[in-house]
Structures are given as structure tokens and as C-alpha cells.
Design a binder for this molecule. Structure first.
Ligand SMILES: CC(C)(COP(=O)(O)OP(=O)(O)OC[C@H]1O[C@@H](n2cnc3c(N)ncnc32)[C@H](O)[C@@H]1OP(=O)(O)O)[C@@H](O)C(=O)NCCC(=O)NCCS
Length: 184
């Protein structure tokens, strides 16, 4: 039986399982500004987004239940996605990733979604540590990580090929983390 992520509700958001109808996020996943600091390139067609969504469904089947769509609670419109990936159940850690369509930026939505996911991960799942890796020059993401109580741990030099360079140059990234005991 397919396992599903728990739906998380905040003041302005519903953070719920990914659905096929989330292909309406294509406008965002094809936007080079949204993918600027990501290792994946802007989608060229809806099929590429559908392939990604199908991969998420496969992961649900495998019991990986920490991938969600962020939805506007008022309009029901999908705004972006959030996940905990690279999960290590033995050592009880995972990596937080998130993005939003540009029209939703700078309104506190990412901070609100991240806080809800962290609270759930620490209170209802068995995580002891969540970290996040971001391009060293992704100032808005770094600000979000700061606002959700993460601590800067260091810089990994030449760690990933990201869109903010030419994808042929390895980029420096910063790692931030928060521990279960640090979230109340
Ligand atoms: C990173 C991202 C998710 C942030 O989402 P958001 O909903 O705008 O985040 P919030 O509104 O909660 O917080 C953004 C903060 O960054 C600040 N900010 C925005 N642009 C900034 C910049 N160029 N320099 C410094 N701070 C900046 C905002 O002022 C805000 O801080 P404040 O609350 O102190 O004013 C969004 O910009 C995004 O989807 N970017 C593309 C994908 C991405 O980079 N994902 C993160 C990968 S780790």
C-alpha cells in the first residue's frame, strides 16, 4: 500500500502530498530565476515536470514520505515544493530542500513552510538532525535558514555544478543544520 506524507497546515499554507495536477507548477519549474541556484535545469516542457512528479510517486511507494507540495490555503493554488531528502534512517538525519514560484517570494512563505516541516520531522518522525545545503551566494535562502534557527557549519568548496555558474564550474555551497533539541 502506498504511503503518503502527512498533510501539515499553517496559518497560510497547506503542505500536502504531491498530485499529478501539480503540473501547473510548470511556469515555476521552467523559470531560470527559480532554478538559478539549483543543480537541475529549468524544465523545457511539462513532460519533464511530470517525470519528476512520477519519481516522487515512486518514492512514496518505497515509503519515502517527506516530499510535499506547498499550497496556498486560501486559493488552493500550488506555490512550490518542499522535501527532506538524502534521509539516513540509521543516523536519523536528512536534508531540507525547498523552492517557490517567484510571485510568492519575500512574503515569509518559505520560512512558514520550513518551520512546519521541521516541527513535524522532529516531533513525529525520528529525525535528530536536519541540514540544508545552499549555493554560497544564495542570500535569500541563507536568510531563510537563519530565520528557521539553523546554524552555519561550514563551506564545501567546489561541491556542486549549479545553474548560478555555467554548470561547468563547480560552485561553493554552505551547509546549515538544526538539531531536534534546538527546536521547541
Ligand atoms: C529561497 C526561497 C525559497 C525563499 O522563499 P521566500 O518565501 O521568499 O522566503 P521568506 O520570505 O520566508 O524569506 C526570505 C528572506 O530573504 C530576504 N532576501 C530576499 N532577497 C534577498 C537578497 N538578495 N539578499 C538578502 N536577503 C534577501 C528577504 O528579505 C527575507 O528576509 P526577511 O524576512 O528578514 O525580510 C525562494 O527565493 C526560492 O524559491 N528561490 C529559488 C529556489 C531556491 O533558491 N531554493 C533554496 C535552495 S536551498
Amino acid at each position: 500500500m502506498i504511503k503518503e506524507p502527512k498533510t501539515l497546515e499553517t496559518e497560510r499554507l497547506v503542505i500536502r502530498r504531491v498530485y499529478s495536477t501539480d503540473i501547473t507548477l510548470f511556469e515555476a519549474t521552467s523559470d531560470p530565476e527559480v532554478t538559478k541556484y539549483e543543480p537541475w535545469q529549468p524544465h523545457e516542457n511539462v513532460t519533464q515536470l511530470m517525470e519528476y512528479i512520477n519519481q516522487v510517486f515512486d518514492r512514496y511507494e518505497e515509503g519515502h514520505i517527506t516530499e510535499w507540495t506547498i499550497e496556498d490555503a486560501e486559493s488552493g493554488e500550488p506555490m512550490g515544493m518542499i522535501n527532506i531528502h538524502n534521509v539516513n534512517p540509521v543516523h536519523k538525519h536528512g536534508e531540507l530542500g525547498f523552492w517557490l514560484a517567484k510571485k510568492y517570494w519575500n512574503k515569509g512563505y518559505a520560512t512558514e513552510a520550513c518551520k512546519a516541516v521541521l516541527y513535524y520531522a522532529f516531533s513525529e518522525l525520528s529525525f535528530q538532525r536536519i541540514h540544508s545545503i545552499t549555493a554560497a551566494n544564495n542570500s535569500s535562502c541563507i536568510r531563510v535558514l537563519d530565520k528557521i534557527g539553523m546554524t552555519y557549519e561550514g563551506t564545501f568548496r567546489n561541491y556542486m555544478y549549479l545553474n548560478c555558474t555555467d554548470r561547468k564550474t563547480l560552485s561553493d555551497v554552505k551547509i546549515y543544520s538544526v538539531l531536534k533539541d534546538e527546536i521547541n
